[in-house]
Design a protein. Structure first.
Length: 528
């Protein structure tokens, strides 16, 4: 190395002199370095294992199907175990055989005391992304449910699933083919056409078999849809359904939206959104059904860039009782011969005023607290019903990120319902004054993760206390308590196992024959 140093110095000085004599053509010093080190280190032959020949990727069309295919699966098994107290129900039904003689204990009916039930559910969502063409996407969703225990007609575990033949239900929830425009498609850029069974969100949730078209532009976006309404549990005589959603971006901070669904009666929302600053957002809307204004709402959101605080305040005024009674499809006549009884009638939604305040704040990096207040007042207290009442609802919750990875969570809630006194009721079936007058609840839960999130455990419980009334009795401080728990295990990037468990004692005023109930839920989620 000492012998090479004078040679190196001479080369560097020569390059400087040459650069001064030729200012327009500077010499690349790296060239001399390469020449100096040339041959000093012998070149090693390439390792065949590290130089695998690369074949150029070509579009093989239908052959590369798996590269564009996706599948999400969720399988769930539910086991319900009911412990019976041995006491008869409020109506005098008890667990016993039929006899030719009158039993002074009550009415024997063994089917009402089935203690166990087993069910299995399967949900599948699959489709393709840009297969055969970058413009085409497909998506399909399917659900399967089966009762494995053949629940009897009077069992406390009876569900909607047991109303189907063989206690089994197969449902194609959605199935669509989407054709979208690319950036190079000129006037069709930013557009999409979707055909098949689908759901569109707007003034209502429209479920139909048909087509929808959407276009997104810098100053506006619009979607129109039309088709045949599908229903899984009825046969409505009115099938045609359609609508439109339109958003206009008036300024970078202000937009106006129109949402409309036409089905039996027209349902429309007019929404205005405005951002006053990066931290403040305001929106308001008016809801119109069948030509009558039914709702007005205003909301304000505050969320500073620090992310430590979030505040939401809203006001809702029910303007009239010309609403859809909780479901806009109730106006359609049902022709299904199996649905012989009319739908459960909840009554009209009486006008009321409602205010909500919700606050979340991060006290420290380990402590988060929040709370909310709901206040509702009927415009006319005399029109009170079992589902239309004035109430106050208060909630306080918090989450702590404790040492050792523990995450305690708690929530305290109290709800006071304003109901008229049952004194003076003249009709035997008058239920307008029946229901709860106060509910108090506390929930506690502890969470812990292991192995960088691969395993998550949680456990907790709740305690609720009620005050109830109807025409015949008052019940104060009736208590319900229970335990909850669960585990989730991530086997790999595609597979996840989970287990949920709950144990609670039943509310004795409704089913005094049930002592407590346990529910085991075991499932697996997998995706490709």
């Amino acid at each position: 190395m000492q012998e090479r140093f004078p040679i190196l110095l001479v080369l560097l000085l020569s390059s400087v002199v040459w650069a001064q004599d030729n200012p327009t053509k500077p010499a690349p010093v790296t060239v001399y370095w390469d020449r100096l080190l040339e041959g000093a280190i012998p070149a090693a032959p390439p390792d065949p294992a590290l130089t695998v020949p690369q074949e150029p990727r070509t579009n093989r069309g239908a052959a590369d199907f798996l590269d564009h295919f996706f599948l999400e699966s969720r399988t769930e098994y539910i086991r319900q175990e009911i412990a019976l107290s041995g006491r008869p129900t409020l109506t005098g039904v008890f667990d016993g055989p039929f006899t030719p003689f009158i039993n002074p204990i009550g009415i024997p009916f063994h089917d009402a005391f089935q203690p166990n039930s087993d069910q299995i559910f399967q949900f599948l969502n699959w489709g393709t992304r840009e297969w055969l063409s970058p413009r085409i996407n497909t998506s399909f969703s399917f659900r399967y449910a089966q009762d494995l225990s053949q629940v009897t007609s009077a069992s406390p575990a009876l569900t909607l699933l047991n109303t189907f033949p063989s206690d089994r239900n197969l449902e194609l929830l959605a199935g669509t083919v989407q054709i979208r425009g690319l950036a190079s498609d000129g006037v069709f850029a930013g557009t999409s056409l979707q055909v098949g069974r689908q759901y569109i969100y707007g003034s209502e949730l429209a479920a139909f078999d048909g087509a929808s078209f959407q276009a997104n532009r810098r100053r506006y976006s619009v979607s129109v849809f039309a088709g045949r309404r599908f229903a899984r549990y009825s046969d409505p005589s009115q099938r045609a359904i359609g609508g439109m959603n339109l958003r206009l971006q008036l300024t970078p901070d202000t937009s106006v939206e129109y949402e409309g669904v036409a089905y039996v009666k027209g349902s429309q929302n007019i929404v205005v959104r405005h951002r006053f600053s990066p931290s403040w957002l305001f929106n308001t809307y008016v809801r119109i059904i069948g030509g009558s204004a039914t709702d007005y709402s205003a909301q304000a959101f505050y969320a500073p860039s620090t992310g430590q605080t979030a505040v939401s305040a809203s006001f809702l005024q029910k303007l009239s009782d010309r609403d859809f009674i909780y479901d806009y499809t109730v106006a359609a006549a049902d022709r299904d011969p199996h649905n012989r009884l009319p739908r459960l009638y909840f009554g009209r939604v009486e006008p009321y005023s409602q205010g909500v305040l919700d606050v979340r704040h991060e006290i420290t990096r380990r402590v988060r607290l929040g709370g909310s207040v709901w206040l509702r007042r009927l415009n006319d207290p005399a029109k009170q019903g079992p589902y239309d009442t004035s109430f106050d609802d208060y909630r306080i919750n918090g989450q702590i990120f404790a040492p050792l990875g523990l995450q305690p969570f708690f929530e305290i809630r109290q709800r006071n319902t304003d109901r008229r006194s049952p004194a003076g009721a003249t009709q035997f079936d008058d239920v307008s004054i029946a229901g709860e007058t106060r509910m108090q609840e506390i929930q506690l839960e502890l969470r812990r993760t292991f192995g960088e999130g691969r395993l998550a455990l949680r456990g907790g419980g709740f305690y609720r206390r009620f005050n109830l009334q109807d025409r015949f009795f008052f019940i104060n401080n009736a208590a319900v308590r229970g335990l909850t728990g669960g585990a989730q295990l991530k086997l790999d990037s595609r597979t996840r196992l989970y287990l949920d468990y709950s144990l609670d004692d039943d509310f004795f005023i409704f089913r005094p024959s049930i002592q407590h109930a346990q529910v085991f839920r075991l499932g697996m989620a997998w995706r490709y």
